[in-house]
Design a protein around this ligand. Structure first.
Ligand SMILES: Cc1cc2nc3c(=O)[nH]c(=O)nc-3n(C[C@H](O)[C@H](O)[C@H](O)COP(=O)(O)O)c2cc1C
Ligand code: SF4
Ligand code: SF4
Length: 394
């Protein structure tokens, strides 16, 4: 079967799947269980030197659900940290017991903390990589790129050799600029993305946003399946423009998601929300699914797959303007349940290209159809509207 080992920041991972920094990477006992099941590494819960007076909000976590009740995203309103005294000991134990697993320590971009002391202690403990996150709960109104670059320089003053990766939020308007600045400052890699600032919802009876923390709430950070398209974009955009190791985080819930991130250039894959939902055991499906996929596609190792989709992604939508072709759609009348959704959508949002016949079956007027794909997007029956044939633009 295909080899899933991969090099990220010049370090060999037995497979690309690692636990993200969060409550799923909380203790030696938990990480030991995760490694035994097959995880390739872990980003340990955020380490800090100063946890004085830190009391966590309660509750911390809320869910965002599809109409069918499926959990598609998770919001947290506080960060969970651990003191360096505890983390240092845990890293030593884990590195001794699991020398082949990659241990990544996570620290915050915090210009006030004694970063130098923290880095020295993490390096001495045997940390393989340092990951720095931007904490948008606490950093407000500052130049994030400047803050990150200053942080990298301070780490480099302590250690020239320890690999440093920066976990970036998708808030930068110019991701390639941020990525290039991070590389120029001396970082070895980037994790994309940090969760996205959010307000998960509001109780419309009492006007209080969720989660209700004793009568009020606060803006939070969103993770999980719903943020995957944003994370995919960020990974792809960095891979297209900057030669740096890229790790993906955000919305990986099954092996197919993982394959997509590898295809846009990621070499390590962090998972959190799906573990919160289904536990460490999902690693079996992730590994098995990815191996079978590689075998089917004729790849002998994972490295061969990295970035394979990048040549097919144009940098801006303007690059498409010369395209001479558009798709056309056909309706499979045997599958149609005559709900009329495509007719209404095309009439009120599209190009009035769908009519209903006497039996309420939709009929496409090919002269009016612009191939926008709205009808197939909203159709509740899978594959009922097929969008595939390419026709010359009118
Ligand atoms: C409860 C919880 C705590 C988290 N704490 C941190 C943190 O302290 N620092 C950080 O950079 N990311 C933190 N994250 C974000 C995760 O590391 C990860 O980047 C994010 O959840 C996206 O991955 P996912 O979509 O697989 O969940 C946290 C996420 C959750 C759900
Ligand atoms: S592809 Fe767009 S224009 Fe064509 S029928 Fe569907 S919704 Fe209408
Ligand atoms: S949305 Fe789909 S199922 Fe509903 S009428 Fe149109 S083609 Fe038929």
């Amino acid at each position: 079967m295909a080899d899933l080992s991969i090099h990220f920041c010049d370090i060999k991972f037995c497979n690309p799947f690692i636990l993200s920094t969060s409550i799923c990477s909380n203790s030696t006992e938990m990480l030991g269980r995760a490694f035994d099941l097959g995880w390739g590494g872990a980003v340990i819960r955020t380490t800090s030197l100063d946890l004085a007076n830190r009391k966590l909000n309660s509750p911390i976590i809320s869910g965002y659900y599809s109409e069918e009740g499926k959990l598609i995203a998770v919001q947290r309103i506080d960060d969970v940290q651990q003191h360096i005294d505890a983390v240092q000991g845990e890293i030593k134990i884990l590195k001794r017991a699991y020398p082949d697993k990659v241990i990544i320590a996570n620290i915050e971009v915090n210009l006030n903390e004694n970063i130098e002391g923290l880095i020295r202690r993490l390096e001495t403990a045997g940390t393989d990589i340092i990951e720095c996150s931007l904490n948008t709960f606490r950093l407000n109104g500052i130049d994030y790129v400047q803050a990150i670059c200053r942080m990298i320089q301070r780490i480099r003053e302590v250690s020239k050799s320890i690999p440093v990766i920066i976990k970036i939020p998708p808030l930068f308007t110019d991701i390639p600029y941020a990525a290039q600045s991070i590389k120029n400052s001396g970082a070895n890699g980037i994790t994309a993305i940090n969760p996205i600032k959010s307000l998960i919802g509001i109780d419309i009876d009492n006007f209080i946003p969720y989660p209700n923390v004793n009568g009020s709430s606060v803006f939070g950070e969103l993770s999980g399946y719903a943020i995957k398209p944003i994370a995919l974009r960020c990974v792809g955009e960095i891979a297209q423009t900057v030669d740096i190791s890229i790790g993906a985080a955000g919305g990986i819930s099954k092996w197919q998601d993982a394959v997509e991130f590898i295809l846009v250039g990621a070499k390590s894959l962090q998972v959190c929300s799906e573990v919160m939902k289904s536990g460490y055991g999902i690693i079996r499906d992730l590994i098995e699914g990815m191996k079978q996929y590689l075998d089917q596609k004729g790849f002998t190792n994972l490295e061969q797959l990295v970035g394979k989709s990048l040549p097919y992604i144009k940098r801006t939508s303007h690059d498409f303007q010369d395209s001479e072709f558009q798709v056309s759609c056909t309706i499979n009348k045997h599958q149609c349940i005559k709900c009329g959704a495509c007719y209404i959508s095309c009439r009120d949002n599209g190009f009035q290209a769908i009519e209903l016949d006497m039996d309420k079956l939709p009929v496409i007027n090919s002269r009016r159809c612009r191939g926008c794909n709205l009808c197939s997007t909203i159709c509740p029956v899978k594959d009922c509207i097929e969008i595939k044939k390419f026709v010359k633009k009118k």
